[in-house]
Design a protein around this ligand. Structure first.
Ligand code: ZN
Length: 373
């Protein structure tokens, strides 16, 4: 499955942890890791133009197969020349398989060995999603990295349920690989499931590695379980994945969880958190969450973060942003989203630099404590 369009190289290993700095080459450019990837569910990172994403130093962004299949449909995006040209983003894109959304957002009608039948929340039509279909849709969308279609058990779920889902995910992976029609330009990543059960995670990781895929993801985390469990799942799973392939922890994008996973050798992260918080008037500032409606910002004419190069921090004050949010002005939400996305990408860039300079544990070790300051 490996090919010349994709190459992952490790630039430096942290001598004191499993953290690593790497470079992932894709047909649309490189991704320097560790890296946070902004989420553009409906082929748009909410509120941000591609030019703003570039200014935020975004490299790879996500789009969502399930949502794009429902609207506008992959045929239209394929006619536009694929996702990159449809949404005006020239750098790498990753699409998820839709598995998570099928299981979490849909009115499920039937799950069996063949696939999943669900009712579209948009127009009520009945849709069949199979591993083959999920891959065909992603082939039509044309992202650089595509994800295997997996069965995502809910949390909490008993051992037997998770065991069956884990085994089925492996059988579905074989079908995904067989259905993949563009392996030379799209890298298919496998997803390690296994819930909170250590032995199932180990089993899934070992089996998936045998498929020699171009990259691996740890899925089924950040679905409501406590932070310590996420840490345990990552610590169990990440070291079993091949060191010469990129590792992606799906749906995780908080400061502490990213640092903890990076220390275990994870390279890529995604989360809707920065834009979602922005739309609620909350700023991420150097590890904290600030509600801009707070009275302390009313007459604070300093930038959100004077070290941040984003357009929001370079031009506006906390007082002005607070005013926009109180007035429910669209600009306030957009500026906070831009800042928040920039902030999380910068955070992973600073970690990368620290790894390259052998300062990772020195600079970020406090995040590995139970209650970081
Ligand atoms: Zn900023």
């Amino acid at each position: 499955m490996t090919n010349i369009s994709f190459k992952f190289s490790c630039d430096h290993h942290c001598p004191d942890s499993k953290a690593r700095a790497g470079t992932f080459i894709t047909p649309h450019g490189k991704v320097e890791t560790p890296r946070f990837m902004p989420v553009g569910t409906a082929a748009t990172v909410k509120g941000l133009t591609p030019a703003q994403l570039e200014s935020a130093q975004a490299q790879m962004i996500l789009a969502n197969t399930y949502h794009l299949h429902l609207q506008p449909g992959e045929e239209i995006i394929a006619k536009a020349g694929g996702l990159h040209s449809f949404m005006g983003w020239k750098q790498p894109i990753l699409t998820d398989s839709g598995g998570f959304q099928v299981f979490s957002l849909s009115d499920l009608r039937k799950i069996n060995e063949d696939g999943v039948t669900f009712r579209s929340p948009r127009d009520g039509r009945i849709i069949d999603f199979t591993p083959e279909r999920a891959i065909q849709v992603q082939n039509d969308l044309g992202a650089d990295v595509i994800m295997a279609f997996d069965e995502c058990p809910p949390y909490p779920a008993d051992y037997e349920t998770v065991l069956l889902a884990t085994e089925r995910t492996e059988r579905w992976l074989e079908r995904c690989i067989a259905a993949h029609s563009r392996p030379e330009t799209q890298a298919l990543f496998g997803i390690v499931q296994g819930g909170v059960y250590r032995d199932l995670r180990q089993y899934a990781a070992k089996r998936l590695v045998e498929f020699d895929l171009p990259g691996y993801a740890i899925g089924g985390v950040s679905v409501g379980e406590p932070g310590e469990l996420i840490h345990e799942i990552v610590a169990t799973t990440a070291p079993l994945l091949p060191p010469e392939k990129p590792r992606y922890l799906m749906g995780v994008g908080t400061y502490q969880e990213m640092v903890s996973a990076i220390a275990q050798g994870v390279d890529l992260f995604d989360c809707v958190i920065p834009t979602r918080l922005g739309r609620h008037g909350t700023a991420l500032v150097q590890g904290e969450r600030w509600n801009l409606k707070n009275a302390r910002f009313r007459e604070d004419f300093t930038p959100l973060d004077k070290t941040c190069p984003c357009y929001c921090c370079q031009n506006f004050s906390r007082a002005y942003l607070g005013h926009l949010i109180r007035s429910r002005e669209m600009l306030g939400y957009l500026l906070l989203s831009l800042h928040n996305v920039t902030e999380l990408i910068r955070f992973t860039q600073r970690i990368r630099t620290a790894i390259l300079e052998d300062r990772f544990l020195n600079d970020f070790g406090q995040w590995l404590q139970p209650n970081p300051t």
